[in-house]
Design a protein around this ligand. Structure first.
Ligand code: GA4
Length: 313
């Protein structure tokens, strides 16, 4: 496999004859911007390497997460159940979805993670770095699309941004697990953009246009980036909010841990495709606020195509 260099900012990862873009962020901005836009149009998914987030910050977040998940259940339950923030096990959302995982859902706004414990300090510095990376990627997208620099990133940088951090722990195999069991079922992410970092255990799969599921090879040095529903709406369907899922962890001795940042707008932000991106096309989606979209999301099942509800008929 060719490792990306200064000259070539993209390498393609061949899995089952499909190329997943791996984009080297240390290369020229204009080239990277074009490659990211192409990946968002073709897959709604890509990996970034040379992203600039220090290994130390990632490792500390991973260590703290494992320390939390290895605690006895009653201690984990002390943080409160995920409604929406807190600890959850097997139950996903409020509409009856389930999966083979446990997780912690955390808010990311500055007030919520006031730094009073080691865990909160670590979350706060991880969130700060990953939010910055998300905004840089959104600014590269804006450059590639030829729209104002902070058109998308200002929503995630906003003080009231509703961004989240999700820590997912997929425990090692037990005899009750079978090949094909689902860890976290098929869905698209409702937000603007998602940055996922996982340890070395496999599980993530993305859905291709032809309906096939493509396994994404784990790479602890990369971030997996996917487009969320809001960016699909803001690009009038040009970018794909890719459907993805995680399979149950079938490794006998190793846990899978993913740390997922969801970059979201503030609740009252109005979501619409800007005129520069509509060009001569008609808008596909109605205008809505993030708060309206979120209420709709939480009232429905994980696997729904939520944007359909906001289509102009
Ligand atoms: C999917 C993306 C994020 O993990 C999440 C999930 C949320 C939850 O786990 O509470 C949802 C799911 C996600 C979309 C549909 C609803 C809400 C579970 C569910 C059934 C935190 C999010 O924002 O939306």
């Amino acid at each position: 496999m060719v490792v990306a260099t200064q000259v070539n900012p993209i390498r393609m990862e061949k899995i089952r004859e499909v190329d997943i873009p791996v984009i080297d962020l240390s290369c020229s901005r204009s080239k990277v911007a074009k490659l990211i836009v192409k990946a968002c149009e073709e897959y709604g998914f890509f990996k970034v390497i040379n992203h600039g987030i220090s290994h130390h910050i990632i490792k500390e977040m991973e260590d703290e997460s494992f320390e939390f998940f290895y605690k006895p259940l009653p201690e984990k339950e002390l943080v409160g159940s995920a409604n929406p923030f807190g600890y959850g096990s097997k139950n996903i959302g409020l509409s009856g979805d389930t999966g083979e995982l446990e997780y912690l859902l955390l808010p990311t706004n500055q007030n919520a993670i006031a730094q009073t414990s080691k865990f909160r300090c670590v979350v706060s510095s991880y969130v700060k770095s990953v939010r910055e990376l998300a905004c840089e990627i959104l600014e590269l997208i804006a450059k590639g699309l030829g729209v104002p620099h902070s058109l998308f990133s200002h929503l995630v940088r906003h003080f009231d941004s509703d961004s989240l951090l999700r820590l997912n722990h997929y425990p090692p195999v037990t005899h009750s697990f079978h090949h094909g069991d689902i860890g976290f079922g098929e869905h698209s992410d409702p937000q603007i953009i998602t940055l996922l970092r996982s340890n070395d255990a496999p599980g993530l799969q993305i859905s291709l246009r032809n309906g096939l599921w493509l396994p994404v090879s784990p790479d602890p040095h990369a971030f997996c980036v996917n487009i969320g529903d809001i960016l699909q709406a803001m690009t009038n369907g040009r970018f794909i909010s890719v459907r993805h899922r995680a399979m149950a962890n079938l490794l006998p001795n190793q846990s899978r841990l993913s740390m997922v940042f969801f970059g979201a707008p503030p609740p009252e932000a109005t979501i619409a495709c800007p005129p520069q991106l509509l060009k001569r096309n008609k808008p596909i989606y109605k205008t809505f606020t993030w708060s309206e979209y979120k209420s709709h999301t939480y009232a429905h099942r994980l696997g729904e195509t939520r944007l359909d509800h906001f289509k102009i008929t």
